[in-house]
Design a protein around this ligand. Structure first.
Ligand SMILES: Nc1ncnc2c1ncn2[C@@H]1O[C@H](COP(=O)(O)OP(=O)(O)O)[C@@H](O)[C@H]1O
Ligand SMILES: [Mg+2]
Length: 294
């Protein structure tokens, strides 16, 4: 059974209990552990001298992102559920069986399924509601959009670091005016951008993040799986992966094909994006659900 089949089978067992719009099926899910999510941050020691970047929260909210102003309860609840499972895997008992349990990749079979939307919302959700620091990395280096979506100007980032132009990891980590949210931009596009993701330097970088900041969630907004071979290489550096599936876009067969080479040890989650639509909302009403499309 492939990882995706296991995740789907597990989900199918649970069907019937799920009335909520957002669910994800993490293969190493364990019971909620509030203690883990309320751990005190002891190592938040990155020395960042740069000014905090301003995030335009009103604009984010207008575009459907999760902003903690007491409205859009549904999207908040949806991401809370996804987040809880990820945090349990990262810091609870399951973390012992995962390598780099705090490193989470967000990917999808194809472009435009909502990876960046999910990665940003997840980061906001963790930063706004938890006493955990979250580092959001734009690793979709050929089609970077995290900074643009956040309304932040471009800065040197991952590419510069992987090319050796920025020497220290701390050079490319930026504080934002959301207290617990730090970002690493993709940086300037380079003709070897994707190849750099599969480099030894990238592997060392992931090790460094996992070892230096084990109490921090690191979210990688990654390229899609189909057509970008380096995404599979990136998956080997992560403890957890969220696969965003746009409803009615990608077939289960496609998802299976795209995920069959993923590292078996990954805790794998599926997020069904744009599941429910109505015309009331500018963007349509987007919900989330498990990856079963029947
Ligand atoms: N659930 C959602 N609700 C509202 N807009 C969404 C949702 N998911 C994706 N979008 C929008 O759809 C577009 C594509 O999503 P994006 O996250 O950029 O895809 P990807 O990163 O997978 O290429 C973006 O404009 C994004 O804001
Ligand atoms: Mg994207």
């Amino acid at each position: 059974m492939s990882i995706i089949e296991k995740a789907l089978a597990k989900q199918q067992q649970k069907n019937g209990q799920n009335s909520e719009q957002v669910k994800n099926a993490l293969s190493k899910e364990e019971p909620a552990n509030d203690k883990a999510s309320s751990e005190i941050i002891t190592k938040d020691s990155i020395d960042i001298n740069k000014a905090a970047l301003f995030i335009d929260k009103k604009s984010l909210e207008d575009r459907g992102y999760l902003i903690d102003n007491g409205t859009r309860k549904s999207i908040k609840d949806e991401f809370r559920q996804i987040k809880r499972k990820l945090l349990n895997n990262a810091f609870g008992n399951a973390s012992k069986t995962l390598n780099h349990s705090n490193l989470i990749m967000v990917t999808s079979a194809k472009p435009n399924e909502g990876k960046t939307f999910v990665a940003i919302n997840l980061a906001l959700s963790i930063a706004l509601e938890q006493d955990k620091t979250v580092l959001l990395i734009d690793a979709d280096v050929l089609r970077p959009s995290v900074m643009r979506e956040l309304g932040i100007e471009d800065n040197p980032g991952l590419i510069e670091y992987l090319l050796g132009k920025s020497e220290q990891v701390s050079d490319i980590i930026y504080n934002t005016d959301i207290d617990k949210l730090k970002v690493i931009p993709a940086g300037t596009p380079h003709h070897l951008s994707n190849e750099l993701l599969a480099s030894e330097k990238m592997a060392n970088f992931a090790n460094e993040l996992a070892n230096r900041y084990p109490d921090r969630i690191v979210i990688f907004d990654c390229p899609p799986l189909i057509g970008v071979t380096e995404t599979i290489v990136l998956a080997n550096l992560m403890g957890q992966a969220l696969i965003v599936v746009e409803e009615n876009k990608t077939s289960i067969a496609n998802i299976q094909a795209a995920t069959e080479h993923l590292n078996e040890d990954l805790a794998l989650g599926l997020v069904l994006n744009k599941a429910i639509r109505s015309h009331k909302d500018l963007y349509g009403y987007y919900g989330y659900g498990y990856g079963t499309q029947d």
